[in-house]
Design a protein around this ligand. Structure first.
Ligand SMILES: [Zn+2]
Length: 93
């Protein structure tokens, strides 16, 4: 077994700049193999190539969109019912 890491030292390390995935065997200290860097590596999930967007943000965005759409439909439906009720109440002369 081995773990996949990324170097967080962006701006100072080629491997960090390119988002290169670094595989470190289990039990070995995760240190960047770049001789000029040697930063402590951060673990990645391994299946998201260059994925900087994390799922909670996407889910929150979708939920917000749903809330906005449902809220808007609710308001327009409410206004529609109010207008219909007003039309019905208004006297026909
Ligand atoms: Zn590095």
């Amino acid at each position: 077994m081995s773990n996949i890491y990324k170097c967080p030292n962006i701006g100072n390390c080629d491997k960090a700049d390119s988002g290169e995935l670094i595989t470190i065997p289990n039990g070995v200290e995760p240190i960047c193999p770049n001789q000029d860097c040697k930063s402590k590596l951060i673990p990645t999930s391994g299946f998201s190539p260059g994925g900087k967007i994390n799922q909670p943000v996407i889910i929150a965005g979708i939920l917000l969109l749903v809330v906005v759409v449902v809220g808007w439909l609710d308001i327009s439906l409410f206004l529609h019912l109010v207008l219909r009720a007003m039309r019905r109440v208004s006297p026909l002369r």
